[in-house]
Design a protein around this ligand. Structure first.
Ligand SMILES: [Zn+2]
Length: 246
């Protein structure tokens, strides 16, 4: 599996990084690629890193904060107005996605949520603990603790015989162990070095639990300026454009 970081920033542009977006593609076993989260700046990142937007068949969302889902209106409008998309785009998100996505589109581009286009946008809302399968990819959500107007999830995604897990944004909850257990790649929020920030994950807490989680690889993302300045040794520190193959 090949995963490229299209964005690993926090909501506030720390380090000049794009908002959260991971792109998985380039496996012969997968019919096209998918995104994990699609933050407000993600279409710009898609262009910057040369990703073909029409190959993205699914966008999996952890939670409905703008830096994790706010890029969808632009991705959809690009398919309609620029890239000539015809294949459906599936959006798999937490309960509330079917309401929040058109609401975001209407605020940003009035009339866009009901515009005629040559492809369908299929929204699937996923409940924690109930796996969803789409495009050869199986995703299971776990409930996290991160208020965002809708349930916040971590995702365990299985594709082409590999597992990539992502905590999304959350403070420590025990289910992070299940999300990341033995994963080929665990992407985890590492917001601060050790300073607790409510509803976010600090590196000291995560590190204490790493032996129970046991991921094969760990990549830290959504880092504050202090984490960007002091990335932990021995683990992957996310950077925009970074490619991880596993
Ligand atoms: Zn968030």
């Amino acid at each position: 599996m090949r995963l490229q970081v299209l964005g690993c920033g926090d909501a506030f542009g720390s380090g000049g990084r794009f908002h959260t977006c991971f792109h998985v593609d380039a496996s012969e076993d997968l019919p096209g690629g998918f995104l994990i989260d699609c933050g407000a700046s993600s279409l710009i990142a898609i262009r910057r890193f040369g990703v073909e937007p029409n190959r993205i068949h699914t966008v999996f969302l952890t939670h409905l904060h703008g830096d994790h889902f706010g890029g969808l209106p632009w991705l959809i409008l690009d398919g309609q107005l620029v890239s000539g998309r015809t294949q459906p785009l599936t959006v798999v998100g937490p309960p509330g996605t079917a309401e929040r996505l058109p609401a975001a589109m209407e605020v940003l581009f009035p009339g866009s949520s009901t515009a005629e286009r040559r492809f369908r946008v299929v929204v699937e809302e996923m409940e924690a603990g109930r796996p969803v399968e789409t495009g050869g990819v199986r995703a299971t959500a776990y409930a996290m603790r991160h208020p965002s107007g809708a349930p916040a999830h971590a995702l365990r995604i299985e594709a082409a015989g590999k597992v990539v897990s992502y905590t999304g944004d959350t403070e420590w909850v025990e289910d992070i162990v299940a999300v990341g257990h033995g994963a080929d790649l665990l992407i985890a929020e590492g917001y601060t070095v050790e300073r607790p920030v409510k509803f976010h994950l600090d590196w000291a807490t995560l590190k204490r639990h790493l032996p129970e989680i046991g991921p094969k690889r760990l990549m830290l993302t959504h880092m504050s300026p202090e984490m960007i300045a002091h990335p932990p040794d021995g683990y992957i520190a996310a950077e925009d454009g970074l490619v991880v193959t596993f």
